[in-house]
Design a protein around this ligand. Structure first.
Ligand code: KIV
Length: 292
């Protein structure tokens, strides 16, 4: 059965009728198919693509065109999961008209069923406007990567010592403002567990946590992180690697390179004969080829 916005908007785990929602980021057709085959509920085309696909140091340079392109690729691979597209930096902050045009393109050209915006009280009027136009909105509060310069880095928000926009009170107000504006779901990123638990209890829409403890209505991770594509030791505390695909890919590339250089690949099994048969083994005597 296809996951839809109405189904998702009432998904509250504490009421005992639902298991936690599972969301991962995907950026292309093949990964969308694989995530669906694994039963993932929501595919987020995150602006994290700026970092894991493009090699940028933040999400800020990502453009609307780029997110539309990746959303289109993911939508082609998704027949059951809900596809949500991230609205990149400055695609919704300049004016409500800008936001409507950008969100509309993500739905119309990208094939997304919903868009995600970072921020709370300050963007609530924009969220209301989009929702009134039947563009479903997922909110994103706490540590919001597009605000990296205000926050002074990727830092946990909502701690007891925090003031201003990063304080627990402010983040709770952000959550309520998004719900009031009609968001169907809210991502909470990198806040103390108690704050995420309190927000999850306060809201009637589901919360999806990333570095936000155990009590949210769902969890999200960047797929490249959870699959272990990063081979460096340094990673955020909230990331668990469920596989070590980075090393597996390096090993596969190295074996391929070795087989090409030693002329073990292609073997006769991978070659065509004139008549459709497998051709006889190579002209070159393999034993005579050295590794150098
Ligand atoms: O861009 C992204 O990948 C995200 C998730 C980390 C929630 O916003």
């Amino acid at each position: 059965m296809r996951m839809t916005v109405p189904t998702l908007s009432t998904w509250k785990v504490a009421e005992g009728t639902h298991k936690p929602l599972v969301m991962v980021t995907t950026y292309d057709y093949t990964f969308a198919k694989l995530a669906e085959a694994a039963g993932i509920d929501i595919l987020l085309v995150g602006d994290s693509l700026g970092m894991v696909i493009q090699g940028q140091s933040s999400t800020l340079p990502v453009t609307l065109e780029e997110v539309i392109y990746h959303t289109r690729c993911v939508s082609r691979g998704a027949s059951r999961a809900l596809v949500v597209a991230d609205m990149p930096f400055l695609s919704y902050q300049i004016s409500e008209t800008h936001a409507i045009e950008a969100a509309g393109r993500l739905i119309k050209e990208g094939g997304a069923a919903a868009v995600k915006l970072e921020g709370g009280e300050s963007i609530a009027p924009t969220v209301r406007r989009l929702v009134n136009l039947d563009i479903p909105v997922m909110g994103h509060i706490g540590m919001t990567p597009q605000s990296i310069h205000r926050m002074g880095g990727y830092k946990v928000q909502g701690r007891a010592s925090a003031t201003g926009a990063g304080s627990a009170d402010h983040i709770m107000r952000d959550a309520k403002a998004l719900e009031d504006a009609g968001a169907f779901c809210v991502v909470i990123e990198c806040v103390p567990q108690d704050l995420a638990t309190a927000i999850t209890k306060e809201l009637s829409i589901p919360t999806i946590g990333i570095g936000a403890g155990t009590d949210c209505d769902g969890q999200v991770l960047v797929s490249y992180d959870l699959l272990g594509f990063q081979t460096s030791e340094h990673r955020p505390k909230f990331v668990k690697q469920f596989a070590r695909l980075g090393q597996a890919v390096i090993d596969a590339f190295a074996t391929y390179a070795d087989e090409v250089r030693t002329k073990t690949f292609p073997s006769s099994a991978e070659c065509y004969g004139d008549d459709g048969s497998t051709p006889a083994l190579s002209r070159v005597d393999k034993k005579s080829i050295s590794n150098g």
